[in-house]
Design a protein around this ligand. Structure first.
Ligand SMILES: *Cc1c(COP(=O)(O)O)cnc(C)c1O
Ligand SMILES: [Zn+2]
Length: 413
């Protein structure tokens, strides 16, 4: 790992060696979240626009020279290399100059979490750990279960009681051991923490494990590469624990340090009104306080975010903003994404479009600016909430007259 300088404690600013076995700062304990610091001078020589142009790997591992875990497991799923869509119809509807959507719904397990789980499996294999564990509202878990299965590893997943059934089924199909805790995300997290330390499993709790953000940041590298390194004015992403937005920010800092981009887009973090600790901390310029978890956007319902610093800094340092949106506007956004762009998003993902709409209304984002939205998770996993967003089709008598009447009402004939 000669391209990593050290692991930097975001709390006490102590530097730890790059191969330190600990996940968090031993001096600060669990709050001492580490940040991987690279030797950019060294990296520049074998990672630049030229080398990328010649790179043949179409997965996230094409960015391995800029990651802290560089050796993927031999048997793996195809993670990364997802499409970036130009969305002119949706841009026109919003009155926005330019809009792109990065489609993470097409990852193997259906969410951006696959990028972090890929790193987890790579590192666990290298460390000869057989069991990986995490607590999750769903996507981190299902992505870990899928990738552990493919890599020949085992996964133990702690989920809160309200995890959607589609996501639980996904875990079960991938052969994970599911510990369904009769409580909220917080309770599931505490239980996983205890078990992980007791049994020495590999810890895939994203906020605590500094290498996972390094996997998530590859989404930004791809957006940059797919935009020919001309990034939009804003990147919009929904926020739960804060690791995704922190990953995007880290990716931007990397590219800036390597002179591959010359300015930073601003980051818009979106939360649901029913669980918006980041929005409140940002608005009141104070520390994060625990928030209740009352939203249908389960993947971003995180009452006590585990990555408060990195998540807040991402928005502060890019001169961005945090907004919160109602569940109603999230359901509306689900319909819009589906009907105008063919994208089926789960509520937590659709929140990003609801947030963009709000930011335009509030004048945070101007109509003459360009935006990239990150579609973080596939809606197919959560049919119950999708049903809330749409109207049930009426049952029509098997009689041509009634069918014609209905088609006329819909305006298709
Ligand atoms: C996890 C997740 C997010 C938010 O990511 P954090 O790292 O928790 O902030 C957003 N959307 C979906 C679909 C997710 O699964
Ligand atoms: Zn520390």
């Amino acid at each position: 790992m000669h391209h990593v300088k050290h692991l930097f404690c975001t709390l006490c600013h102590h530097k730890h060696p790059p191969d330190a076995k600990t996940m968090t700062c031993p001096r600060c304990g669990e709050k001492g979240i580490l940040d991987v610091i690279y030797d950019y001078e060294r990296i520049k020589a074998h990672f630049n626009k030229d080398t990328l142009r010649k790179a043949t790997d179409r997965t996230m591992w094409r960015f391995a020279p800029l990651m802290s875990v560089s050796d993927p497991p031999k048997t793996r799923l195809h993670v990364g290399g997802t499409p970036l869509y130009a969305c002119t119809r949706l841009a026109d509807t919003l009155g926005l100059r330019r809009l792109h959507i990065k489609d993470e719904g097409s990852e193997p397990s259906g969410s951006l979490k696959d990028r972090a789980s890929a790193v987890a499996c790579a590192q666990a294999s290298a460390m000869k750990r057989r069991v990986l564990s995490c607590s999750s509202t769903g996507n981190a878990a299902s992505s870990l279960a899928a990738q552990a299965a493919r890599a020949g590893l085992e996964s133990v997943i702690f989920v809160p009681a309200r995890a959607p059934v589609g996501k639980l089924n996904q875990l079960a199909v991938h052969g994970a051991t599911i510990v369904r805790v009769d409580g909220d995300y917080k309770a599931a997290f505490e239980m996983s923490k205890t078990a992980i330390s007791k049994y020495g499993w590999y810890n895939r709790n994203a906020a605590i494990n500094p290498h996972l953000v390094e996997g998530k940041k590859t989404v930004l590298f791809e957006i940059a590469e797919q935009s020919d390194f001309r990034l939009p004015d804003w990147i919009v992403v929904s926020v739960g624990d804060g690791c995704t937005i922190a990953g995007v920010h880290k990716g931007l800092k990397d590219l800036l340090a390597l002179s591959m981009i010359d300015s930073m887009p601003r980051l818009l973090g979106v939360q649901s009104e029913g669980c918006a600790p980041f929005v409140e901390a940002w608005r009141t310029k104070s520390d994060l306080v625990e928030h209740e978890e009352d939203t249908l956007a389960d993947s971003i319902a995180v009452g006590i975010p585990r990555n408060p610093r990195k998540g807040l800094e991402a928005v502060k340092q890019t001169d961005g903003a945090y907004v919160s949106v109602s569940d109603k506007s999230i359901l509306e956004a689900m319909k819009t994404l589906g009907a105008l762009e063919g994208i089926f998003a789960e509520p937590a993902s659709a929140a990003s479009l609801a947030g963009l709409t709000k930011a335009l209304e509030d004048g945070i984002i101007r109509h003459d600016e360009s935006v990239c939205l990150i579609h973080t998770g596939n809606g197919l996993k959560d049919p119950d909430n999708a049903r809330k967003a749409v109207e049930e089709p009426p049952l029509i008598k098997p009689d041509e007259r009634h069918v014609v009447e209905y088609l006329e009402k819909r305006g298709v004939i």
